[in-house]
Write a protein that binds this ligand. Sequence first.
Ligand code: GLC
Length: 512
Amino acid sequence: MNAILFATLALLGKEIVLQPADTVDVAATGCTSEAVLYVNGFRSASAQPAADGSVVFPSVRLHRGVTDIRVESGAESDSLSWRYGETESEAPGESPAWRENPRDAWFRDARFGLFIHWGIYSIPAKGEWGFARGVMPPDEYKALVKSFNPTNYNPAVWARLAKAAGMKYVVFTTRHHDGFCMFDSHFTDYKITNTPYGKDVLKMLVDAFRAEGLRIGFYHSLPDWTHDGYVDLETPEGIRTGKCGAYDPKRHAALRELVRNHVNQLTTEYGKVDLMFFDYVSKYKAEEDYFDRAALIGICRRNQPDMLVNDRLSYFKDGDAPDYDYYTPEVAVPNRPPLVRGTLRTWETCATMNDHWGYAKDDHDFKRVETIVAGLVGCVSRGGNLLLNVGPTELGEFPPESIACLRGLADWFAVNGEAVAGCGPSEYTPPFGCAYTQKGDALYLNVLVPPMGDVLLPGLRGKVRSATLLRTGEAVPQTHFWGFETLRPDELRLHPQGLVAGDVVKLELSGR
Ligand code: GLC
């Protein structure tokens, strides 16, 4: 049991919401030796305890970058972290417009993409954070460069699977946080072309996916756990010891230069790149411009003027953050699009198929095809995209469960794809258990939960020319009377038979 407590923060252990500029008083009890106060992992004060074991530290001002404080004394330690309140939300009754951005038209039509997390972490096969979480000693991990040999890699197969599933773009991990480059970097030896495989897998992937007509996106990690200029608690050392090394401006400058060089290489040597997915700024660096946003965005705009750039160069998205092209929530369908400085923003949720991004051989917790279809139409119904992830194996193959899932999606898409591609949200309110997507006068009723009988569509009485179940091509009868009538005057009552989750009823509106 910890002997130390934050006496003045009686909320310890609960989630607390604080506002920037709040101050907290930090006090500890039960200290037997010098007590040290850490703010965001950095030592900020120390004091000897009074005879009763208590220590009172100076107040900590919680500017937004401060996300946790910790006190250590001897072998004891205790800590507290919190989140900040929402920064922007609509006033009641207000309906903000979408921001105009000519760069993103294709992306908002595409709606569905394939994320690929592939790197040297597929060998220990415990996900892409394995290195940080200590799957093997650092030197052994780094030495995997001598054995990575994905002889079964054939990106044409991946591209065909993605295309059939209705995906219109791919986002590939050119480098993840472990620093290993899946392209022929000119700036490090820690790269795919120095493995026994020896080929530039990125180049092969770009060619294969372009050949199938998919657009190309590059994921690129900003953190680099193998670079001594990256000092953070979210690193192998930070996770192991709860501490990180000293900040060194020269090494930090070298890290920034490496990222700039990589971004420059990626945007000049692989033809047209349609989007850049930067990942990420840690909460410990929330208040800083750690990677030099302006320089990186400048390189992107100069080399690829039409390329979309995501939002993860900033931890906070308001205030001084640049106007990113799109926003990237994770593994959830947001209820509303992001609202940034008064306009709704283009967004894409990324999601795992199981519980890991990188290959994890023991993780068989794959989502059902129906679940993913519901997530996809859920995103589109809220004006967003879904980027669905696959983590290939050490040999360069998609896991069998992922292939089965993509094939299931392809079956769904072959019949129902028109409810997704080119569609967006509808102004109509969907009935219980359904989501709407819409393209012009075609309104798609996406069945998430099979109805127990008829389906009542608010606001559509007299407005629907035809209702067709896409799976059978047959008309769904509309009825206007049923005994014990409880219909409201604006409701249309559909009388479908045998609907299943994932079914889509196309409603042709007769003009509004
Ligand atoms: C997070 C994780 C990372 C994953 C990414 C996907 O940033 O650090 O492992 O690549 O999310 O969006």
